[in-house]
Write a protein that binds this ligand. Structure first.
Ligand code: TIU
Length: 246
């Protein structure tokens, strides 16, 4: 059992039942020439969180913790991209158009790859998601249930779009979710600040918020993830599709 100081109160988790979730740390959002910039945003602020994300990822991997990466992506024929999403607004490039990093937000294109600094290792879960949330039209819940995961630690971009949507989806599915404030970023500083507040307000209505330093301290005193067996309640929940994880 590990405990770390968080808002609105301590976050308590067991490493064997907790997954580190990296939301959409792909070139499309973090590098110039991708979807994020095509929407009129400056991508540089998002690059600033990479070292903190890397420190957490390395510490998590060293303890054998479960890691899940997501990519916002669409099939090459755009069959999973609703016109309402593709036609929204006035981007300089629409989803599926050919850009400097290949077709925008299309699976397998160079821009859709997770940045080298945080690239998935073999055995880590990679979820290609057509929506903003990690559970919509994906098998993320099945993957997590198979591993007995009940708690999620979130990093990634952007705070108020794909990270917050995924946290809300996770909350409704019964996961306890923590957001690392210095490992997430938005193109809009005010939106990030508001999201951190709204996640942890009202007694943790969506989840918890903490710093990566607090998590790293907790991990320093945690044992390897493989040391504890999955509780029976978690394994039983895994048998029922669509059930809460515990
Ligand atoms: N535009 C924006 O802020 N975000 C997205 O479109 N996707 C994610 O947050 N990943």
């Amino acid at each position: 059992m590990s405990t770390l100081a968080a808002q609105p109160f301590d976050f308590v988790f067991e490493l064997p039942h907790t997954a580190l979730v990296l939301i959409d740390m792909q070139r499309d959002f973090v590098e110039p020439g991708g979807f994020g910039e095509s929407l009129g945003n400056r991508v540089e602020p998002l690059q600033a969180i990479v070292p903190a994300c890397q420190a957490v990822l390395h510490a998590w991997r060293a303890l054998g913790g479960c890691v899940l990466h997501t990519r916002e992506s669409h099939a090459p024929d755009l069959s999973d991209c609703p016109p309402a999403k593709r036609l929204r607004g006035a981007p300089s490039l629409r989803i599926g158009d050919a850009g400097p990093m290949g077709r925008v937000l299309v699976r397998g294109e160079p821009g859709n790859q997770i940045i080298d600094a945080l690239a998935p290792l073999p055995g880590e879960i990679v979820i290609d998601k057509p929506g903003k949330g990690m559970f919509y039209a994906t098998d993320a819940q099945v993957q997590l249930q198979q591993r007995g995961i009940t708690h999620l630690v979130f990093m990634g971009v952007t705070t108020e779009v794909c990270v917050q949507t995924s946290m809300r989806e996770a909350n409704d599915r019964g996961y306890d979710a923590l957001l690392l404030a210095d490992c997430t970023e938005s193109y809009f500083p005010a939106f990030k600040a508001a999201t951190l507040e709204m996640v942890s307000a009202q007694g943790g209505i969506v989840g918890w918020v903490a710093s990566s330093t607090a998590l790293l301290q907790a991990l320093a005193s945690a044992g390897p993830a493989a040391s504890a067996p999955a509780p029976q309640s978690v394994l039983a929940a895994a048998a029922g599709p669509g059930q809460a994880p515990r």
